[in-house]
Design a protein around this ligand. Structure first.
Ligand code: HEM
Length: 131
C-alpha cells in the first residue's frame, strides 16, 4: 500500500467519524468526545503527511505551480482553522450560551463541507503522485 493510500484511508475514516459525530449532536458528551477525537486524528494525519518528507517533495515537484494543489491546500488549511472556531463556539454552548448553538451549527455545516472538499481534492493529488 502506498503512503498516499494509507493517508486517504485515514482521511475517509476521520470524515466518517465526523459525520457520525454530527448525528450524535443531541447527546452532548458523546458529540464532544467524537468530534474532539476526529479533529485530533486529523491534525495527526497532517503531521504524518508533513513528516513524510518524500511525499511533500514529490507533491511539490508535480504541483508547485498548479491550481489543484493550491485548491487542496486551501480546503485543508481552512478546515483546521474552522476546527478552532468549532471548539470555541462548542465550548460557549457547553457553558450555557445557547445563542451560540445556531452559529455552531452553521459553522459545523461549513466545516464538514470544507472537510469533504479536502477529501475529494486529495484524490487529484494522489492520482498524480505515487507517494
Ligand atoms: C468539526 C467539529 C464539529 C462539528 C462539525 C460540529 C457540528 C455540530 C452540529 C451540526 C450541531 C447541531 C446543532 C443542532 O442540533 O442544532 C452541533 C451541536 C453541538 N456541538 Fe458541535 N460540532 C463540532 C465540534 C464540537 C466541539 C469541539 C464541541 C465542544 C467543545 C461541540 C459542542 C456542541 C454542543 C454543546 C452542541 C449542542 C447540542 C445540543 O443541541 O444540545 N461541538 N455541533
Amino acid at each position: 500500500m502506498s503512503s498516499a493510500t494509507f493517508f486517504q484511508i485515514q482521511s475517509f475514516l476521520i470524515l466518517s467519524l465526523m459525520i457520525y459525530g454530527v448525528t450524535q449532536s443531541k447527546k452532548r458528551q458523546k458529540h464532544v468526545k467524537i468530534m474532539s477525537g476526529a479533529m485530533i486524528w486529523d491534525v495527526i494525519l497532517i503531521l504524518q503527511i508533513e513528516l513524510s518528507r518524500s511525499a511533500i517533495d514529490k507533491a511539490m515537484e508535480v504541483f508547485q505551480s498548479q491550481t489543484a494543489l493550491k485548491i487542496h491546500l486551501f480546503f485543508a488549511v481552512s478546515s483546521v482553522l474552522l476546527y478552532i472556531a468549532m471548539v470555541i463556539s462548542g465550548l460557549k454552548v457547553l457553558k450555557g450560551n445557547s445563542g451560540f448553538i445556531k452559529k455552531h451549527r452553521y459553522l459545523g455545516i461549513t466545516t464538514l463541507a470544507f472537510r469533504i472538499l479536502t477529501f475529494i481534492t486529495s484524490f487529484y493529488a494522489a492520482s498524480k503522485v505515487a507517494l
